[in-house]
Design a protein around this ligand. Structure first.
Ligand code: U2F
Length: 573
């Protein structure tokens, strides 16, 4: 069946259920953004020009909100606890509903069993018949619950699963045997999924798919009025929980800020001002989302203390015309050196409180400075007071951007059909026999690397992103493919590894190989210049953009991307 866009959200609101603060928060959000979603649906509908879209049967099982997982989040909704996950789930549900899919929502193990058609009760009782869904969106808690209640059949059906995973999972952590043997085993990872089945909150690592969420959008009139009404010396602190304020340090940067600006906070409190919040701060208490937006519209500066990491609030602040000031982390924080990330299935290095804001948005909207250097901090504040900025929201965080991306994933990502290794036997050089349609040279030398534009007459029917987006680069020693592709203005595309994991690619790159081995190692395909050793990847689940090794240069499959929509290549829609 063809999916039709929906602009009425009442059915969805009924489906979300009631009785918990987390659900009320999500419903308030869905209602508040309803018009914005509807307008975006109409725009995307026009953009796709009647293109056929399959209507999918989708189950959304929100594991972290189930009683069976302990649901530690719901009781904290009104007390300054994390809301980022709820923001994201509310938006995922809305996007799937608006795109017109056939949606079932489960927030308990009982509902999960009901929808899957497995008999209720304890123990693992495998699902016997076919899976009644095309897609299941869940999280790590939900995976555990499905393992318990679907038993062996989970393995059979896992290609239909998408795991919403805030901070991301790298391939080396996801592969059970490899993780166990090489010290990448954590409490979360090792589900042996295709790493693109993990969907993140920000485009952290291209090994995963970027799901995201949305932020409030403004029309031109609102933008103008916000700019006119900005209070140049008003700052709002990022931190709704008192413990986050401990990071300010005694007589530290908050005091410097106060020399220039009026400081506001939205910190949860019960009866009195929390001792961590200085007397000069005007504390509004935890605000409902729409009231926080109003405060941000007036403020000039939104200032982070270093925690929470990678949340939605900085995007909301920037969208409302604030400048976001945040600490740089030197050395970067990661699961190797920081408690919060310890045990998370990634070695990603977090270079500031909000690396997306730092790297994808940057100045003038975002300033990332060393908070231990009071001169640098002081001059940043003065610069912020002088700088005029317009409200800004990257396209990928608009409703249209999220709908476009989720639409593309649903229609094109397929982890159930076999992706055979691809041997480019019919590649030909320009001018050679049979190569008349080849537009340009196969190899375009770039500084310190080699780029390969595959010939347009090579087709791989099921390839998405399409093969036309592939650019092959070679990393430096010690460099990951994430960095290599980024340094040339591309993004690493793990789906393209299968096209470059072959002797032909090495030969075309004129790599000197005395031996070509095929091994199970997440840095492959790669080669050692010194030892003239080349290695190809034997385990497709270990294709990894993130991997690097000081001794090896890696073959990196990069692709182009749309401005403001990094998840999609130019020809990806
Ligand atoms: C992140 O979770 P947080 O909930 O701490 O992220 P924030 O960026 O603080 O904000 C989440 C939402 O809270 C809202 C605000 C944001 O959309 O509009 N809010 C509000 O309604 N009222 C207020 O007074 C202040 C904020 C991240 F998202 C999680 O994935 C991480 O687990 C967590 C820890 O790093 O950080």
């Amino acid at each position: 069946r063809q999916a039709a866009f929906r602009t009425d959200l009442s059915v969805l609101l009924d489906q979300v259920g009631a009785g918990k603060e987390s659900l009320s928060f999500m419903k308030r959000r869905i209602r508040r953004l309803a018009q914005q979603w509807a307008a975006a649906a109409n725009r995307l509908d026009a953009k796709l020009e009647q293109r056929w879209r399959d209507q999918k049967k989708i189950l959304v099982h929100v594991g972290f909100l189930t009683e069976e997982s302990g649901d530690v989040f719901s009781p904290k909704v009104l007390k300054g606890g994390p809301l980022g996950e709820m923001v994201q789930w509310a938006d995922i549900l809305t996007a799937l509903h608006v795109l017109g899919h056939n949606l079932k929502i489960s927030m308990s193990v009982k509902e999960l069993q009901g929808f899957l058609g497995v008999p209720p009760g304890r123990g693992s009782c495998p699902l016997t018949g076919p899976l009644p869904f095309d897609l299941i969106y869940t999280d790590y808690h939900g995976m555990q619950q499905m393992k318990q209640h679907m038993g062996l059949s989970l393995k059979k059906h896992k290609c239909h699963i998408r795991v919403i995973d805030t901070f991301g999972t790298e391939p080396a952590y996801n592969h059970e045997e490899y993780a166990t043997l090489h010290g990448y085993r954590t409490n979360w990872g090792y589900w042996n999924l295709n790493a693109r089945q993990y969907m993140t909150m920000f485009p952290h690592t291209p090994d995963n798919s970027f799901m995201g969420f949305v932020s409030e959008e403004l029309n031109e009139t609102e933008k103008k009025s916000i700019q006119q009404n900005k209070v140049n010396n008003m700052a709002v602190v990022y931190g709704k929980e008192a413990s986050m304020w401990k990071l300010q340090g005694k007589d530290g940067f908050l005091q410097i800020l106060h020399n220039y600006m009026e400081v506001h906070g939205t910190v949860y409190y019960e009866t009195q001002r929390p001792p961590e919040v200085p007397a000069f701060v005007k504390n509004h208490g935890l605000l409902p989302q729409h009231e926080l937006q109003q405060l941000l519209r007036k403020a000039k500066l939104f200032i982070g203390f270093g925690f929470p990491y990678e949340g939605p609030a900085p995007l909301e602040a920037i969208a409302n015309g604030c400048i976001f000031l945040q600490p740089k982390f030197t050395p970067p924080h990661s699961s190797l050196n920081h408690e919060f990330f310890r045990g998370k299935p990634t070695s990603r290095e977090v270079s500031s409180q909000h690396p997306y804001a730092e790297q994808y948005i940057g100045r003038p909207h975002v300033m990332t400075v060393d908070y231990n250097n009071s001169l640098e901090f002081d001059s940043a504040i003065r610069e912020i007071m002088r700088t005029q900025v317009e409200p800004y929201l990257p396209y990928e965080y608009t409703c249209e951007g999220m709908l476009e991306r989720v639409h593309a994933y649903i229609q094109h990502q397929d982890f159930c059909s076999l992706e055979p290794p691809f041997v480019p036997t019919n590649l030909s050089r320009p001018g050679s026999a049979g190569g008349s349609r080849v537009p340009g040279p196969l190899f375009v030398p770039l500084p310190n690397s080699t780029a390969l534009g595959w010939a347009s007459n090579v087709t791989a029917p099921a390839a998405w992103p399409p093969l036309s987006s592939l650019r092959l680069l070679v990393s430096q020693e010690g460099q990951s493919c994430v960095e290599t592709c980024r340094s040339e203005g591309f993004i690493c595309e793990p789906a393209h590894f299968r096209f470059i994991n072959n002797k032909e690619a090495l030969r075309r790159l004129e790599v000197q190989c005395d031996v070509v081995d095929s091994e199970v190692n997440h840095i492959l395909p790669a080669f050692s210049v010194l030892r003239r050793e080349c290695g190809l990847q034997r385990e497709p689940l270990l294709f990894s953009c993130a991997g690097y090794s000081p001794k090896y240069r890696r073959l990196c499959p990069c692709r182009d991307f749309r401005r403001g929509q990094v998840a999609l290549c130019r020809d990806c829609l």
